[in-house]
Design a protein. Sequence first.
Length: 267
Amino acid sequence: MNYSLRIAFIGAGRVAGHLAPALVQAGHQVVAVWSRTLSTAQQLADKVAATALHGDKPDFAAVQADLYLLAVPDDAVPTVLQASKWPSGALVAHTSGALPLGVFAGYPQIKGGVFYPLQTFSPGRALTWDAVPLCLEAADAAGFAVLEAVARSLSQRVLRVPSAARQQLHVAAVFACNFTNHLLGIADALLAGADLPADILAPLVRETIDKAQSNPPFAVQTGPAIRRDASTIEAHTQALATHPTWQLLYQQLTASIQQAAETGRQA
């Protein structure tokens, strides 16, 4: 990286907790961290040698930064934008996969942008940032150039992704990450109910992911649903009788697999 940027974080949760230290490691300066509560802001600010800010009506006009990263829950973004005082011409980028760039439309005093890291963030888990896709969008070329410079200081995978495509990407990510994790949780609970070790499925899960990464996933579908093994499907359905929510989910996923095969998604 050829230069260091001054970055302010609005939000001190999981995304900010991973991203702020990574940006410092990449040579940037985190100058401020804001949260509604001082203790939350202070905890992250101490890690990156930044000033902690708090309160319901933050004054970011007093913060000298080249970039303001808005890393708060999606539902809180409009509220924070409206409640805050911004420097004229400030580049403010949210980190959401679901919110459009248009969320900044009502704030002509700032330049809007998107800095979306396509990754799941959990406390205590380190990330290899150079492999994390960073999806960018900005209201103008100058803003995009700043976001791109920051992104390339972290990752080798930097993409320009407009709002409509990013929202589709975010839905895909929910299926691939959040729903997959939920299904693994169900599997773990079923194993525990049979007094079986949780790691017994690990080789199967790894092979499934590896295979899906090297082939079109629909084309390599296996299991009783794709085989239309009615007796096995009925036995599984009965085995889930004490878990009606999981039973319904099993039936819905079975139907989805079969429908995908019928419509040629397996080809």
